[in-house]
Write a protein that binds this ligand. Structure first.
Ligand code: PRP
Length: 212
């Protein structure tokens, strides 16, 4: 049995599409049901997990392979093989603040309170600038922290930019660009090299075909 960790949420549909297109999975998962485990072909099952949790399932070997965002891999520092950049799920990890505060003004302050779902990325970034910060870990709607003054700025992913625009915020620094990745458990890749390298090549081929 080979186990795939498939993300729920924004990456979910594209992630599943690529698995179906390559024939790695044969049957779509029923997203409307409350089921979490699906048989999707002979000897292949899918675990439907929060995108954030995909790296953990793969690192621990509970899933052999998975699809997750580079942003989550960077934050968690997970020890997995990151074998293919899938190209979809594009977003930018950025520092943003209210429109009335410019970049120079923000970074010129001696101390910053930063709200984020990504405390490790935020800490690394501000440490690199030798800026003193207090990092506030939040679990969602991080933009609200900057709007209400809970924090001086936020570190968060920007996709369409709509959430920032609609809340009077702007990007002052792009930290890195993120896309979805095909990740593989180290031991599984070694133990099941034939099938997993075959799957990886199929995925690479489809990704290449989709390139503009
Ligand atoms: C993400 C991110 C931003 C938003 C950016 O949140 O944290 O809030 O999407 O997308 P946009 O640039 O297209 O507006 P998500 O919707 O995943 O969940 P959350 O608000 O619960 O954090």
């Amino acid at each position: 049995m080979i186990t795939i960790a498939l993300p729920k949420g924004r990456l979910g549909e594209d992630a599943e599409k690529i698995l179906l297109e390559t024939g790695i999975t044969k049957i779509p998962v029923e997203r409307d049901s409350r089921r979490l485990i699906f048989d999707v072909g002979e000897g292949v099952r899918v675990l439907l997990v929060r995108a954030w949790d995909v790296p953990t399932y793969v690192e621990m070997g509970t899933a052999d392979v998975g699809i997750c965002g580079k942003d989550d891999l960077m934050e968690q520092g997970t020890d997995v093989l990151e074998l293919v950049d899938l190209g979809f799920g594009g977003c930018t990890m950025a520092v943003a603040t209210v429109n009335t505060v410019a970049r120079e003004e923000l970074f010129g302050r001696g101390f910053l309170r930063v709200a984020t779902k990504y405390p490790n990325i935020a800490r690394r970034f501000f440490d690199g600038l030798s800026l003193q910060t207090e990092i506030l870990k939040l679990y969602g709607s991080v933009e609200l922290a900057a709007v209400t003054g809970l924090s001086d700025c936020i570190v968060d992913i920007v996709s369409t930019g709509a959430t920032l625009r609609e809340n009077g915020l702007h990007v002052v620094e792009r930290i890195f660009d993120s896309t979805a990745r095909w990740i593989v458990n180290r031991r599984s890749f070694y133990m099941r090299y034939e099938i997993l390298s075959h799957w990886t090549e199929k995925i690479k081929k489809i990704v290449k075909e989709k390139l503009p």
